[in-house]
Design a binder for this molecule. Structure first.
Ligand SMILES: Cc1cc2nc3c(=O)[nH]c(=O)nc-3n(C[C@H](O)[C@H](O)[C@H](O)COP(=O)(O)OP(=O)(O)OC[C@H]3O[C@@H](n4cnc5c(N)ncnc54)[C@H](O)[C@@H]3O)c2cc1C
Length: 510
């Protein structure tokens, strides 16, 4: 294998933080290589509650700095990717013995005012007795509060960052693990393993460790480094059930254990309920929901909704581990800070390594900006921060007006069924035009593999979004897995294999 692949920055980890850093660094002119051992967003970054939020509950832990930073980011991200990020109103039924009304009002006042808000409406009270928002709830719920946050397709956010990084010159290698690296002659000499078989040797002037739950393991076992910080793994699981309410608001429910859970409209026909918060010691790559977690989430929902749910009603679940910053003084997993810490080690002027501990999807862009700023000196970066006003791929929608864009593309592709044009607009934004290039009728989309999934979309995902398996397509690039049949999945697998075989080698391999 060649030994002359030279980069300025090797980013390890294709979750939201690695992809965000690769994008920022590539945009500042660095030669960037990102390696991800599995699929982009294959782990925590596709297993979140999918909220771009300040985190109302963090106010109880006096995390004002984190909440302000996250609230500010909501507006930045709503503008950057209005196709995959949109406003969401939350209803909090009032349960006086859990938290008094004055406390909630004070919290919501702070939430409304900690940061400038232009796109989202402020909070208000609601009489649940005469509102459709109260209709699905038990009759004991009289009053409530309504406030704003935003929803994100987390896995797609990662892919869009990787696409933007690539379009700015970065090299993105999925299914490629960093095996080992050591400092030599002022640079990092790294060995990567692609598809568990092909060794690739590269040099990089700096490494970013964005391995999320594996950040400590990467440092100690693969790079033989010490660090001042460690990650603490906290598991969170979600259940998906058939739609429990008709309106488009989400609910935030308080539990007697002081935790909160969300019930969110999901993929038109479903309700997403989560999350749990449990200390986790096992393999971060093999995390699954337990029966106790399913019971906990069903019981939490049953305290509020008229319709009772049980484990048999669950149609899908997912789990992930939060890679939180270890703090000695936090016993309760819910109390561990959700803020991030960046640790830069230049070890007596040697090639630097920067490690990411903690973080949230919501703050990925400022985390990335801060990370690249920290590397400015060691790498001699001339260009300053640039991502705040920049769109992500497909997000260059005039005035961030998604509905206007939808009307436009519905008119342009009037031959497409409305459910498909809506899904393409949401998933791909203006890049839907690339997917639909040269298509003038439904036949031009090719074979229909399962309801709503045509060959043209699969081709686009394989050629432009690093999709390599049915799971990549059904669970991360889209959520069509919720509707997939075995026959459809088999047909999809055959097609993916055919498309991969036909791809130019430079796209499949390095
Ligand atoms: C249940 C739950 C709910 C959440 N809800 C929200 C929410 O609503 N809003 C919010 O803002 N945040 C939320 N978060 C937090 C957010 O999801 C995480 O902070 C974020 O996804 C972490 O991203 P990451 O890039 O650090 O880690 P990851 O997404 O895990 O990415 C790290 C990547 O590194 C790769 N990797 C590891 N080792 C190697 C190696 N040796 N070589 C190559 N690749 C390697 C892994 O395969 C992995 O893909 C939630 C988290 C959880 C678990």
């Amino acid at each position: 294998m060649t030994n002359d692949l030279q980069f300025d920055l090797l980013v390890v980890g294709g979750g939201i933080n690695g992809a965000g850093i690769a994008r920022d660094a590539a945009g500042r002119g660095l030669r960037v290589l990102l390696c991800e051992k599995d699929d982009l967003a294959g782990h925590t970054s596709s297993a979140s509650t999918k909220l771009i939020h300040g985190g109302l509950r963090y106010l109880e832990y006096y995390e004002f700095g984190l909440v302000r930073k996250a609230l500010k980011e909501r507006e930045v991200l709503l503008r950057a990717a209005p196709h995959i990020i949109w406003p969401l109103r939350f209803v909090m039924p009032h349960v006086p013995h859990l938290r008094p009304a004055w406390m909630i009002r004070l919290g919501l006042f702070l939430y409304d005012h900690l940061s400038k808000r232009e796109l989202l409406p402020g909070s208000t009270g609601v009489n649940l007795k005469n509102s459709q928002l109260g209709a699905p709830l038990q009759s004991s719920m009289h009053k409530g509060f309504v406030y704003s946050d935003a929803w994100v397709d987390d896995a797609r956010l990662v892919v869009l960052n990787a696409m933007d990084a690539q379009e700015r010159g970065a090299c993105i290698l999925t299914r490629t693990k960093l095996q080992s690296a050591h400092r030599e002659a002022g640079v990092w000499q790294a060995t990567l393993l692609k598809d568990q078989q092909t060794e690739i040797k590269v040099t990089a002037r700096a490494i970013v460790n964005a391995a999320g739950p594996w950040a400590s393991e990467l440092l100690h076992q693969h790079l033989h480094q010490t660090a001042r910080n460690e990650v603490r793994l906290v598991k969170g699981s979600h259940i998906v059930v058939k739609k429990m309410f008709e309106h488009d608001h989400a609910y935030i429910f308080q539990n007697p254990d002081k935790r909160i859970i969300f019930a969110i409209p999901y993929e038109h026909e479903f309700t997403l309920i989560g999350t749990t918060d449990l200390e986790y010691k096992g393999d971060a790559g093999a995390v699954n929901i337990s029966t106790d977690e399913v019971s906990y989430l069903c019981e939490s929902a049953n305290r509020y909704f008229k319709q009772s749910i049980k484990s048999a009603d669950v149609v899908w679940t997912y789990s992930g581990v939060r890679p939180l910053l270890e703090q000695e003084d936090a016993d309760n997993p819910s109390a561990v800070t959700r803020d991030y810490h960046l640790e830069l080690d230049t070890d007596q002027d040697q090639a630097p390594i920067l490690s990411v501990f903690g973080g949230k999807i919501t703050t990925f862009r400022c985390l990335a900006e801060e990370a690249v700023n920290m590397l400015t000196g060691p790498l001699g970066i001339m260009k300053g921060p640039w991502t705040a006003p920049a769109s992500l791929p497909g997000g260059d929608i005039p005035n961030a007006d998604f509905n206007g864009f939808l009307r436009h593309i519905e008119a342009q592709f009037s031959w497409l069924p409305s459910s498909i044009v809506y899904r393409y607009a949401r998933n791909y934004g203006t890049r839907a035009l690339t997917l639909l290039a040269d298509c003038h009728s439904l036949q031009d989309l090719g074979e229909q593999l399962m309801p709503g999934l045509y060959e043209a979309e699969v081709r686009y995902l394989v050629e432009h979004e690093w999709a390599r398996s049915t799971d990549d397509i059904l669970w991360r690039r889209t959520k069509l897995g919720l509707h997939a049949t075995t026959a459809g999945t088999d047909a999809l697998e055959q097609l993916v294999m055919r498309l991969l075989a036909a791809l130019p080698r430079r796209i499949v391999a390095f």
